[in-house]
Design a protein around this ligand. Structure first.
Ligand SMILES: [Zn+2]
Ligand SMILES: [Zn+2]
Length: 305
């Protein structure tokens, strides 16, 4: 059982109704969210004995091994057009192990989230989203989310509709199955009003503004310049809290060639991407000021403001 799932159980929240972006502790939990802070604090205290940074390092190193072995077998399959029985079995086993490692890494993020709640009392609140503060949803787009599973069993990822430049309603968001990127599942689910209650760190300066205010501040020429300078320093850096849904490893920040402005300039890509097109094609575009704020906050501790 995931760590936050256990927290929700203690708080009396039906875990199936709670969806949360583990990285930034957003939760779609309905009216019980107010109890969460206290319960998370208590649960985190019980959890402290574990050495999360060490567990995380071990998890990543094993995950990379497993990814490499899977990749080798997939190459072999392409080369020979098929795998022998032993390799088929091995590939299945490795994929199962990878799923388990990804679940474990989500749990690490959840524990870190709980630590954040525990160490910043009063900064987390229940927020209801409407058209004036949709940037709070945008902030969590593409982050690894717990507890929102597709019919096929894979996790779902919060996304924007293609071609949307500024979200103005819930219809601009949807849940997409993470199996889409490996061509195995393309199910989608609409983003409902009931998904739009967040338990999140409302003390963020960005969250104290309306979506419109944040956009006009971030897109003023002087701020664009500043944001680009800060983002360029993170080029090729690993961005915590954003995982490739297939490989389970943290994504890497990249600038796009021939971009049409700041909101077209950066994306997160999987480190298993290769120029030949055989590697992982998972990409998360950073096309809103709120997503830029989220990446900057994750890496430098300070968002846009
Ligand atoms: Zn699916
Ligand atoms: Zn990948």
């Amino acid at each position: 059982m995931g760590f936050l799932k256990e927290v929700f159980r203690i708080a009396g929240i039906v875990a199936e109704t709670a969806v949360y972006a583990v990285g930034t502790v957003a939760a779609w939990v309905g009216e019980k969210a107010v109890y969460l802070a206290g319960v998370a604090r208590k649960a985190y205290n019980d959890y402290k004995q574990r050495n999360i940074p060490l567990e995380k390092r071990r998890n990543r190193s094993r995950l990379e091994d497993v990814n490499e072995q899977i990749l080798d077998l997939q190459r072999k399959k392409r080369r020979d057009r098929s795998l022998n029985e032993y390799d088929q079995y091995e590939l299945k086993r490795l994929k199962k192990e990878r799923d388990r490692l990804i679940d474990e890494s989500m749990e690490h993020y959840e524990a870190e989230s709980a630590r954040e709640i525990a160490s910043s009392p009063g900064e987390f609140e229940d927020v209801e989203i409407d058209s004036s503060n949709l940037h709070i949803v945008q902030f969590h787009v593409g982050q690894t989310v717990s507890n929102k599973k597709c019919l096929c069993g894979r996790p779902m990822i919060l996304q924007w509709q293609r071609g949307t430049t500024s979200a103005s309603s819930f219809h601009d968001f949807f849940w997409g199955c993470s199996g889409y990127y490996s061509g195995e599942c393309n199910r989608k689910q609409p983003f409902h009003a009931s998904d739009a209650r967040y338990f999140t760190k409302t003390s963020r300066p960005e969250f104290q503004l309306t979506s419109k205010q944040l956009s006009s501040i971030a897109l003023a020429p002087v701020s664009q310049q500043l944001i680009q300078t800060r983002m360029n320093k993170l080029r090729n850096e690993v961005i915590e809290k954003y995982l490739c849904p297939e490989h389970g490893v943290e994504l890497v920040l990249k600038p796009k060639k021939d971009a049409e402005g700041l909101l077209d300039l950066y994306f997160l890509g999987c480190p298993h991407w290769t120029p030949g097109g055989e590697g992982c094609s998972y990409v998360m575009k950073l096309k809103s000021p709120a997503q830029l704020a989220s990446v900057l906050e994750t890496t430098t501790g300070k968002g846009l403001l």
